[in-house]
Design a protein around this ligand. Structure first.
Ligand SMILES: Nc1ncnc2c1ncn2[C@@H]1O[C@H](COP(=O)(O)OP(=O)(O)OP(=O)(O)O)[C@@H](O)[C@H]1O
Length: 325
């Protein structure tokens, strides 16, 4: 089962470069959350800080009773077992085949017998759709397969929290759609807490339960997907509409300099991805629930899927399990 991550007053700098001033928010247990932000806003630094690879200048990161920045090295070693991390490039060892890559954390962190390791590795390969590829070297498979192999390795110690750093970078839209479906299916099956860093607006619109935007040394917003997608925050609107006009500049140092131009309207909210078996995830919210509760009218065309079905109106019918395609 997933656990909550509670971040309080986090500040991080490298020399005179301040990455964030004061970040506070909670990543809800068992849900899928995504962090977005222009390049260089410290998204990767944030994930590394969560697992204690980097230390913040100040602030707290609570995972149940533990405050990650205050753990001793040997305690951090134990803490990291609770996290599965998918790095940007999969971070596989090029000289090892997929089997040995995925077995690596089990051999490092546990005293399991080789027969048990084999069972677990083959199970995780199957979970990510890579059965039969265990003998391949990372250089012999595609970028998408490398990501999935990295994901299998991240899953191997049954983590409660899964972090993924731009899992969709360098993937075509179809491979990205498959990977997003895999995240939803894994979340439904494992119930772990997922935190995904992405640049991909398409992913951010359909995958997460919660979204946040890092911008100008701050987390400008973090909350339910429907809240963020209908937000009037100019940086959020600019980002989701991929516009040049707005507070996000060409480079970090240009951010906030230009704020001229119309704030674009919010885009329709697409239905959230369902698990492949058609059953909602335990933590999944009813489409439109946040909007109704807060009296916000959804942008026209929201919650209509590509078959023309309205998920807000017909949720009870649509969520009934369907035969797998
Ligand atoms: N170990 C380090 N030492 C010094 N500066 C660093 C270090 N790691 C990251 N930085 C700087 O911190 C800033 C944020 O980097 P980070 O990689 O987290 O950005 P990002 O938001 O993930 O960007 P992108 O979306 O382009 O991957 C960058 O300016 C980077 O140069």
């Amino acid at each position: 089962m997933g656990v909550e991550i509670r971040v309080e007053g986090l500040r991080k700098s490298f020399g005179r470069q301040v990455i964030w001033e004061d970040v506070s928010f909670s990543v809800p247990a068992g849900e899928i959350s995504a962090l977005l932000g222009p390049s260089g806003t410290g998204k990767s630094v944030f994930l590394k800080t969560l697992v204690g690879l980097l230390r913040p200048d100040r602030g707290h990161i609570y995972v149940e009773g533990d405050d990650v920045p205050r753990l001793e090295e040997h305690e951090l070693y134990e803490m990291r077992r609770r996290f599965g991390v998918l790095f940007q490039d999969g971070a596989l060892f090029g000289s090892m085949d997929l089997f040995d890559n995925i077995a690596f954390p089990l051999r490092e962190h546990t005293r399991k017998r080789e027969s048990e390791i084999r069972r677990i590795v083959l199970e995780k390969l199957d979970m990510v759709g890579l059965s039969g590829a265990e003998g391949k070297l990372p250089g012999e498979i595609s970028g998408g397969m490398r990501k999935r192999a990295g994901l299998a390795r991240a899953l191997v110690l049954d983590p409660e929290i899964i972090l993924a750093d731009e899992p969709d970078s360098g993937l075509d839209p179809v491979r990205t759609a498959y990977l997003n479906q895999l995240f939803v299916d894994l979340n439904a099956r494992l119930g772990a807490t997922f935190l995904i860093v992405t640049h991909d607006v398409g992913t951010a619109r359909v995958l997460p339960d919660n979204l946040g935007l890092l911008f100008r040394r701050d987390l400008v917003l973090f909350g339910p997907r429907e809240m963020v997608l209908t937000s009037g925050h100019p940086a959020v609107r600019q980002f989701f509409n991929a516009r040049r006009e707005g507070p996000i500049g060409m480079a970090e140092e240009k951010d906030g300099v230009r704020a001229e131009g119309e704030v674009p309207p919010p885009l329709p909210i697409p239905p959230q991805l369902m698990p492949s078996d058609g059953r909602p995830r335990r933590t999944m919210r009813r489409p439109g629930a946040w909007l109704r509760e807060h009296g916000v009218r959804p942008p026209p065309g929201s919650f209509i899927d590509d078959q023309g079905r309205d998920w807000m109106a017909d949720w009870d019918l649509l969520k009934a399990p369907r035969a797998p395609a």
